[in-house]
Design a protein around this ligand. Structure first.
Ligand SMILES: [Zn+2]
Length: 346
């Protein structure tokens, strides 16, 4: 069966004090991700109510930036003395340097192989300033991933994760990217790979190519370059959620400079939009099919970016128990409405 965009519209009914206790109905759309079959609720009625919680207070930002500057391990005067080095068999020189980027192993690893790429000499960057540092960060990560894969061909799974500013889960303000690798796939990557393979086996076509063909010029479509397509997903797990799909590549070993530049160009559009919306924090993942294995028939490299809560009193997280414990997505705006605003930035 080809790609299905399934949704069911329900209504929450109440007598609202905001409407003099008259009868009120609010739309709750249950949407299913066409590949993963994960459910998310889209509740557009909440967006105006919660929008201010995605915006930051400039004074709060200033305070955390200045208070973390003196002891920052990633600032240029400290980074050489305070960060670890790789064992020689993996990186001969101990660290990888590309432009302003310094890449080294995480001091407290999240994964069997975990590098950290400090991408700027500046302690703090506004969202709009991050993309110009990203290309070198990704290049450095790829050099490391390639040397890991040469060191041990069993290391097949890798991704880049950027957590920016404290609401994203980042413990260090200074702009950096985590690069993770393992013999074992990460949960969502495993699911994406399994379901993409099954889709190919049942339909004889590549899910991602089909998705691009269906979404092209539709309401959620944002832009297309030679190698990369940007869109908002039909069933977003978060309010500010944007996806990118490589048109032809399935794993990081196939990436070249042009393709990286096209991904970074799209990130720039998304972060410009986020900043104009008042956001200051985001998570980004850049994921790949198994390194050195052909998965071109059924898989494609992809990227996902989500905007996170604002940095301001009372510091409410946009992720509550529904998402973290019940694994149900929730978006306070439809992806179609989000795409309409975001498209102007592409
Ligand atoms: Zn710093």
């Amino acid at each position: 069966m080809s790609i299905q965009f399934r949704k069911e519209i329900k209504y929450a009914k109440l007598l609202s004090p905001l409407k003099d206790y008259k009868y009120d109905e609010q739309i709750v759309e249950h949407r299913l991700d066409p590949l993963l079959q994960r459910e998310t609720v889209v509740t557009p009625g909440r967006f105006q109510y919660v929008k201010r919680l995605f915006e930051s207070d400039e004074k709060d930002i200033y305070n955390v930036v200045e208070n973390t500057r003196a002891n920052c391990p990633f600032c240029p005067e400290k980074v050489q003395a305070s960060t670890p080095k790789f064992p020689r068999e993996i990186v001969e020189e101990g660290r990888i340097l590309v432009g302003e980027t310094v890449l080294f192993p995480s001091l407290f690893a999240h994964m069997d192989y975990n590098a950290v790429a400090v991408i700027s000499r500046d302690h703090y960057l506004k969202l709009k300033e991050i993309p110009e540092k990203l290309f070198d960060g990704v290049k450095a990560g790829l050099i490391w991933i390639k040397s890991l894969h040469n060191y041990d061909k069993k290391i097949k799974y890798a991704c880049f994760i950027q957590n920016y500013f404290p609401p994203s889960g980042s413990t260090v303000v200074h702009p950096h990217i985590q690069v993770l690798a393992s013999e074992l796939p990460f949960n969502i990557l495993k699911e994406l790979l399994d379901r993409s393979r099954k889709y190919y086996e049942s339909n004889g076509t590549n899910y991602w190519t089909e998705l691009i063909n269906i979404e092209r010029d539709g309401e959620r479509f944002l832009s297309e370059s030679d190698n990369v397509v940007w869109l908002t997903p039909f069933a977003p797990m978060h309010t500010y959620e944007v996806s990118a799909i490589s048109k032809g590549l399935s794993n990081f070993l196939e990436l070249d400079d042009n393709v990286i530049k096209e991904f970074v160009k799209g990130v720039k559009c998304v972060l410009n939009f986020f900043q104009e919306e008042g956001l200051s924090s985001f998570n980004m993942v850049f994921y790949s099919g198994p390194l050195g294995e052909s998965s071109k028939e059924y898989f494609r490299i992809g990227m996902k970016i989500i905007g996170r809560s604002g940095y301001r009193f009372p510091f409410v997280s946009d992720l509550w128990g529904l998402q973290t414990l019940m694994m149900e997505g929730e978006a306070y705006e439809t992806p179609e409405a989000m795409a309409k605003k975001l498209k102007q930035y592409f």
